[in-house]
Design a protein around this ligand. Structure first.
Ligand code: TTP
Length: 413
């Protein structure tokens, strides 16, 4: 069997991190989200993978190339107009011979889901096998009604209280060739997209066999910035410590710490794993690195810095005497000395943040800042919980930032 992974979307809810990278290429716990999916497919014997790319496609192509380095054969199709998931999957029509696994590239999955999916698929009996998951808040997903193991109806994002069940579409399927017939007939939806759920509804209307498989295994659809922090936490909890770089005397390490080649932990650094440190990083002296933190390659952390539960992407510097908690900091940033990111409200309520012009509750009591690529902060700048900063902006010395900032802005006191 072959596989198609969808990676063309703009990831608008994940801004500002997706202003400069596709969502599927955002790094968590040591690698981009989509690499986890490619490796799961590979480990289940799926070697031929078509990536549907579009938004910032060069970043995907330059990283995965022909897939050989990752033990698979990768080919690409460009979705020229981001017209929806049915339109995206339609690009795979010439790629498949019989049946194909399709999955969204922005998922983080338990490995067993793909293994169980393949074992449950019986080509001669089923047209589509769809993976579902039971959740408490179905209304923000495609909600699926199931009868006798078959999918009866799919409702996209129903109003709260109107969901016909608690089972949601996970964005993972096995299709036979019939789906392309339906995709070609799919009309544009009220949301202005060609949606694969509409193609599936056509299959159901024509009495094709659309079977449901409800998984109990971990599945996360990564949509919003704080979900990146959550999966980073979960994935880091599974890492095995290994020291490939240099550790000076006077460093204390607790828990699992992965230190990649060319990196150094300077004297006085105190680390509570799980922590993943990429290549050629320079940490310390005297810094306190707390659990569930991931540093990309070439990150520098100065003297007396405290960082916890955060993603710090490649080529970023965090200057001395700074605090970063429950935050995501993009690539090529310079976080100057004395920058402080608050991650807890005075009233202890969960932190809210603006997603596509609407205030959303992250559900997290602790959430720091979400900072895009190439941002510079000045000395003694401070950030309120949940604040977002667009790429290439400068936050001047002494600024206390209460509100989100767009890209290419200069904020001065
Ligand atoms: P979504 O999460 O619906 O869209 P998105 O990733 O662009 O994010 P946002 O809603 O924040 O803007 O997409 C689900 C998956 O399908 C995701 O992996 C991207 C992919 N996709 C495409 O490949 N082409 C498309 O036209 C669309 C809409 C999505």
């Amino acid at each position: 069997m072959k596989a198609i992974i969808l990676s063309a979307g703009e990831g608008t809810r994940m801004r500002p991190l997706t202003l400069t990278k596709p969502k599927t290429m955002l790094p968590v716990a040591g690698k981009p989200i989509m690499q986890y999916n490619i490796e799961i497919l590979r480990d289940n014997g799926i070697k031929d993978i078509l990536l549907i790319v579009g938004y910032k496609e060069d970043i995907v192509k330059n990283y995965f190339k022909d897939g050989k380095e990752f033990g698979v054969n990768i080919s690409y199709k460009t979705q020229t107009n981001l017209a929806g998931t049915a339109n995206a999957i339609g690009y795979g029509e010439d790629f498949i011979n019989d049946s194909v696994i399709v999955l969204n590239g922005d998922l983080i999955l338990n490995n067993d889901i793909i293994e169980e999916l393949i074992s449950k698929y019986n080509e001669s009996e089923v047209d589509t096998l769809m993976v579902l998951k039971e959740v408490n808040n179905p209304s923000s997903f495609g909600v699926v009604e199931v009868e006798n193991g078959l999918v009866k109806n799919i409702v996209e994002k129903p109003k709260k209280g109107e969901a016909p069940s608690n089972l949601i579409n996970t964005g993972i399927y096995i299709f036979n060739k019939d789906i392309f017939d339906k995709i070609n007939k799919t009309q544009i939806s009220s949301r202005g997209e060609y949606e694969i759920t509409d193609s599936l509804s056509m299959q159901i209307e024509e009495n094709k066999i659309v079977k449901a498989y409800v998984t109990t295994k971990d599945w996360i659809d990564v949509g919003r910035p704080w979900e990146l922090i959550e999966i980073n936490e979960r994935l880091l909890k599974k890492i095995k410590g290994e020291i490939k770089g240099k550790v000076e005397s006077g460093v204390t390490i607790h828990g699992e710490v992965f230190l990649d080649e060319g990196s150094i932990l300077k004297s006085g650094v105190y680390i509570e794993g799980s922590v993943y440190i990429g290549k050629n990083c320079d940490i310390g002296p005297n810094s306190y690195i707390r659990g569930n933190t991931y540093f990309g390659d070439n990150v520098h952390v100065g003297n007396a810095v405290e960082i916890k539960n955060s993603i710090i992407m490649e080529n970023t510097n965090v200057g001395h005497l700074s605090y970063v908690g429950d935050s995501v900091i993009g690539s090529n940033c310079n976080i100057a000395a004395g920058t402080n990111i608050a991650n807890l409200r005075f009233d202890n309520k969960s932190v809210k943040t603006i997603i596509k012009n609407k205030k959303e509750d992250s559900g997290r009591r602790k959430l720091g800042a979400i900072i895009g690529d190439s941002v510079k902060t000045g000395i003694n700048s401070s950030f309120s919980p949940g604040v977002k900063v667009g790429s290439s902006s400068t936050i001047g010395s002494g600024v206390l930032l209460y509100h989100d900032v767009g890209s290419n802005m200069r904020i001065l006191v």
